[in-house]
Write a protein that binds this ligand. Structure first.
Ligand code: PLP
Length: 438
């Protein structure tokens, strides 16, 4: 198959994921089932690391955005490959550090970190706290001073990229719950304030313009704005920015309509622009970090379901219901994200059946795709959604009290259970027992 190298069809006409027969995996582990090719994850880590070192300088690093896929095992891979990690909650910090990830190699994000979050991060010795705004800076200083420690921070800046020019890009906009804006003058003020704080060490700046971006132009625009801002800081405050974190956001090919993305070429282009802009604005080249999430893990994943009811409504549409849905993949329900879906049992046969793939939850909006074509399935066939490594497992819920699906890692042709399926006991493990007297 063409979408990504890990998917293929074997002599039985079954979909294979990383060389393994998907219908066999479904039989062994049950469905719904998340699959993750960790060799592919590692390959993407290396692609970023090598390209960034080559294009930005040897100190540059990819920082894996754990919100895309967060479970203990992913941190071993990220650590092995020499990437840093980005966490967005104390829960993610807990998982990363429990998994043996060096806290010094973590960036801690969030637009509304609580005092408990900040204290937890300071106590763990998190490498960089990405301070979102003014009151967080004050709160963090108080906590650091209380603990008698220094904390290293970078400041999240909103570059103010025009969302009309780049429609998909919304988080780098001035009107955003994230970061401090350059346009309003607040960004310079917060830099000044951070420099005056006693227990705070300002190591640099951060910006993140959005996700699922296919072109380099929005990143070049952001780079231009940020480097220009750095030159103002140098002139007005005598502050030289040594670290610039450009956030995440390179896109992923979910369907044949999406372009094939050359990450290395994109990073090379950004490297050239960085050198040009630093000369233009007369600033020293900062160390560049980037925070890829989905582009590291998405194309390494697939989700397997078992087909249940096939319902044909003449003159309307056909529904193929699977044994999962918005509980394991809420992305269609949330953003109408498009996916490539196949009848894995009959992957070698022509996709002849126009249908809507629906989940099993009691919600009409619980859909995985609408008006797509797959080979007409029968009850019991295995249905696969491709490119589900990112924002599926990490966004899963227990709605309708459906136990969350297990995650199986595949490496060198071997499958290994990395997260077991949730049990009914898990579902009530936090409940007080109402049958107990007292
Ligand atoms: C979501 C996010 C990322 C990762 O975005 P992807 O689209 O998954 O690459 C990186 N940095 C920040 C601050 C984010 O919010």
């Amino acid at each position: 198959m063409v979408l990504h190298s890990i998917y293929d069809i074997n002599e039985k006409g079954h979909l294979t994921v990383s060389g393994l027969d998907s219908t066999e995996l479904a039989k062994e582990y049950g469905t719904p089932l998340y699959l993750l090719d960790t060799d592919h994850v590692r390959k993407m880590c290396r692609t970023y690391k090598e390209a960034m070192e080559e294009s930005f300088g040897s100190d540059s690093k990819p920082v894996y955005a754990g919100k895309a896929l967060c479970y203990s095992g992913i941190y071993k891979i990220i650590k092995d490959e020499g990437l840093y990690a980005d966490c967005v909650s104390s829960g993610e910090l807990y998982i990363a550090t429990k998994a043996g990830f060096d806290p010094e190699h973590i960036f801690f994000h969030g637009n509304n970190k609580t005092d408990e979050d900040l204290r937890y991060a300071a106590v763990l010795g998190i490498g960089h706290i990405v301070v979102d705004g003014d009151d967080e800076l004050d709160a963090l200083e108080a906590i650091a001073s209380n603990l008698g420690t220094n904390v290293h921070i970078i400041l999240r800046i909103t570059p103010g990229i025009d969302p009309h020019t780049h429609k998909k890009i919304i988080t780098g906009n001035v009107d955003s719950k994230f970061g401090t804006a350059i346009k309003t003058g607040q960004a310079k003020e917060i830099v000044k304030k951070a420099l005056s704080k006693k227990n705070i060490i300002l190591d640099g700046l951060h910006c993140h313009i959005g996700s699922q971006i296919f072109e380099t132009e929005p990143f070049v625009d952001a780079l231009d704005i940020m480097i220009k801002f750095m030159s103002e800081l140098k002139k007005d405050l005598g502050y030289e920015t040594s670290l610039l974190n450009l956030g995440g956001g390179f896109g992923v090919r979910y369907t044949e309509k999406d372009p094939v993305i050359n990450y290395t070429a994109n990073i090379e282009k950004l490297g050239e622009e960085l050198s040009r802009l630093c000369l233009l604005y007369d600033v020293r080249k900062p160390v560049i970090y980037m925070e890829p999430g989905r582009s590291i893990v998405a194309a390494a994943g697939a989700t397997l379901y078992t087909c249940g009811t096939v319902k044909e409504i003449p003159g309307f549409r056909n529904y193929v219901s699977v044994d999962g849905g918005m509980t394991d993949d809420p992305r269609y329900t949330l953003y109408q994200s498009e996916y490539t879906i196949v009848n894995a049992t009959k992957a070698g046969e022509e996709a002849d059946f126009e249908c809507t793939i629906s989940g099993r939850c009691c919600e009409s909006g619980d859909l995985l795709a609408e008006n797509i074509k797959i080979r007409k399935p029968s009850r019991g066939d295995i249905i696969a959604t491709l490119v589900t490594g990112a924002y599926n497992y990490s966004m899963a819920s227990n709605y309708n009290m459906i136990p969350r699906a297990p995650l199986v890692e595949i490496s060198r042709g071997k499958a290994n259970l990395a997260v077991r399926r949730e049990t009914f006991e898990d579902l009530i493990s936090r409940d007080a027992d109402p049958t107990k007297k007292g």
